[in-house]
Structures are given as C-alpha cells and as structure tokens.
Design a protein around this ligand. Structure first.
Ligand SMILES: [Zn+2]
Length: 391
C-alpha cells in the first residue's frame, strides 16, 4: 500500500481516561473521529489501527523501572507509586492504564514506521502528542511519550535527522529531555512563557546538551495573551529557517489545541483559524524540507467540544490533501451527536471568523520594546548562532 496519508485510529484509545472531572476528557477524541467521518475524510485517508507498543519499543525512551511501575499501577490503581508521577492529581492511575497508553504510543510508532518505509507520505495520530511524559515519570496528563517514541523509532530505523516541532501551549519538555544529548534530533517548541504556565521550562537558554547536541533544542517562550498575529509571527520567525538549515528526513509535529482563546488551562489567545494556518505551514515545511515525510500528532486541548474536534479535523483534512475551507458549515448530524453526548451546543462552522489571519513577517523588522519581539529575539540569540544562523 502506498496511500498518501494514514489516519492512525483504534477506537480503544478513548479508554485513555483519567476519570470524571479530569480535563483530558476522552470525548474529545471520539468527537474528533466523528467529525472526521462527518466530512468523509476517513474515505480520503487509509485508517489504520497499529499495534500497542511493546516493551522493547517503550524502552527506546522509558526506563525499565518506570514501565514496571505503570504496569503495576495499571493492574492495581490503588498501589500507584507517586514517586513515578502515578496516582497524582494530574495523572491518576486507572485500570488498564498501561495497555491504553501503550496503544496510543503504538499509533505514533506505527505512523513513524509507515512514513519511514514509504507506505504513507503523511500520518496523523491525533490521540497522541503526549509530550510531557518523561523517561522515568508520568507528567502533565501523559504516561508514555508517544511523540518521543515515534522519533526514537525513526532513529532506530536509520534516520539521521528528525525535526520535532511542538506548538502546544505547553513546553514539549518530555521530548526535549529524551533527545537533549542527541544531535540527530532538533526539537523546537513554541509555548506560553514558563513564568506563567506548567511545566515551567522551555526558556530560550535551553538549547541542548553541550558538544555535538548544542543547539539541538530551541524554545520560544511567548508572553501570556499572545494572539493570532503574534503566534504566527513567532512561528515564521523561527521554524522555517531552522528546518531549512537542519534538512530533516522526517518532520514530526505536535498540534496541541490548547493555545486557543477558549482553552481553560492556559493563557494564549489563538483562534482556530491561526491553528489551521500553522497546520498548513507545517505541511508545507514537510514538503519543502523533508520530502513530504510528515507525522502529525495531537496533544493538549481542553475546550473539548468547541475547539479540539474542529482543530484536529482540519489537521486530518490537510494531511489528506482535502483541506476544509474555514467557512464550511459543520454537518448537522455531528452537532446533534455533540448535544446528545455533552448537552453542549456545538459550533456551526469550521472557523472562528478570523480567516484569513494576517501577521507581520520578521524580515520586515522588529520593535525592541515589544514583548513578543523580545521573546523572538531571545530565542534567535540563544539558539540560532549554535546552528550557524544569524540571530
Ligand atoms: Zn498542552
């Protein structure tokens, strides 16, 4: 098979459920999958359910004792060991936690294998993007780091340069940590400033371990309140130049939808339309710099009815080569299902009414007194010279 795009999906991923009241409500995955179906996008891609990641795959990133702790908590949630971040407020233990976390990881690893082997040019796993999980601990709603595992699997298959771009509102700390000492992986994260948001890392001066890996981590710490124009300006001022220099063989992107102005857990003010613009840009960058090889993941996003399904349905449409126009009206059947499931009114269109989103290009100059421009300058000054680029 050489389908153009794969959508990684096993309905069992919706079992990744920390329980009532937890912000990471699995209804967001189910509603996204249904919206993808409502637009017929599942007929434009190959829908593939990959196997659960096995022990040897998980061990590409995670420590043996941590995997054992997850398995123990999964078998007996009351026995969860908080020293591993399990059984905490952010990551409550639940029965079957190991299996479903490994299943989500398996979808990202399967995406990596499909893209590396040429079975698909693009692959999407919107259930993935669990970027906070650390080699030896659960963190920030994330148990196994499927994003890092996908990258690690690419390296195992022989990739020499993999770029990871993370636009979730939170710092992609777990992926950065996994490849901190590895010059084969360039991690770039744009996120709300660590001063105001979990996980309080992602400062511009975090640029990778010394030696060969120096400059392999890039962090853009955006001021709280940053909106569409600022977010797009920062993305375009940093990401394309780095990818042009790094020449990745594969581009892995994480599309957490929690940058949105409606998101209850963070403080950026980005619209669905700007999220879509960045998705389109990532797709274009994959073609420009990675021969089209693109793995796109989900991530955070806690406006589970209004934002997440629309954002990731756009992502699937872009990967499928059938972009959904922003003004498109959402099928009634999906809206009725949303109401039946959640008693919330579903959005009517695939836009927040901000399309087309305008921004000022970095090349046109910057304002040293502007807080957003200061953030961009801090990143370029800290990281660009380490990659042989002008700050
Ligand atoms: Zn997030």
């Amino acid at each position: 098979m050489s389908g153009r795009a794969q959508l990684m999906w096993d309905p069992a991923v919706a079992g990744y459920d920390f329980g009532t009241g937890h912000p990471m409500d699995p209804v967001r995955l189910d509603l996204t999958r249904r919206l993808v179906g409502a637009f017929g996008l599942d007929r434009e891609v190959e829908v593939v359910a990959a196997q659960r990641a096995g022990e040897s795959t998980l061990r590409l990133v995670h420590r043996e004792d941590y995997v054992a702790a997850v398995k123990a908590a999964s078998a007996d949630p009351d026995a969860a060991d908080q020293a591993y971040g399990l059984g905490t407020v952010d990551d409550p233990a639940f029965a079957g936690m190991h299996e479903v976390s490994a299943l989500i990881a398996g979808q990202s690893v399967g995406a990596a294998e499909a893209v590396w082997r040429g079975d698909a040019l693009h692959a999407v796993n919107f259930a993935g993007g669990l970027h906070h999980a650390m080699p030896g601990a659960a963190s920030g709603f994330c148990v196994y780091n499927d994003a890092a595992l996908a990258v690690a699997r690419l390296l195992e298959l022989g990739a020499e340069r993999v770029a990871y771009v993370d636009v979730d509102v939170h710092h992609g700390d777990g992926v950065q940590a996994a490849f901190w000492e590895d010059p084969r992986v360039l991690t770039i994260s744009l996120h709300e400033h660590p001063r105001t948001l979990f996980p309080q890392t992602g400062w511009p001066y975090e640029t990778g371990a010394g030696g060969a890996a120096e400059g392999s981590a890039v962090n853009v710490a955006l001021p709280a309140g940053t909106g569409d124009a600022g977010w797009l300006r920062a993305f375009h001022a940093v990401v394309p130049e780095l990818l042009a220099e790094f020449r990745p063989q594969v581009l892995v992107t994480q599309h957490g939808a929690d940058t949105h102005f409606e998101d209850p857990l963070a403080h950026l003010a980005v619209s669905l339309d700007a999220q879509r613009a960045v998705q389109v840009a990532c797709h274009g960058l994959a073609h420009e710099h990675a021969d089209g090889r693109w793995i796109a993941l989900g991530g955070g996003g806690y406006a589970v009815v209004d934002v997440v399904p629309r954002s990731w349905t756009h992502l699937v449409g872009i990967a499928a080569g059938r972009e959904i126009a922003p003004e498109t009206v959402i099928p009634d059947g999906w809206r009725q299902e949303v109401f039946a499931r959640t008693r919330q009114l579903a959005p009517q269109r695939m836009t927040d009414g901000r399309w087309p989103v305008a921004y000022r290009e970095w090349e046109a100059g910057y304002d040293p007194a502007d807080r957003l421009d200061q953030a961009i300058v801090a990143t370029r000054k800290a990281a660009f010279p380490l990659r042989g680029l002008l700050p």
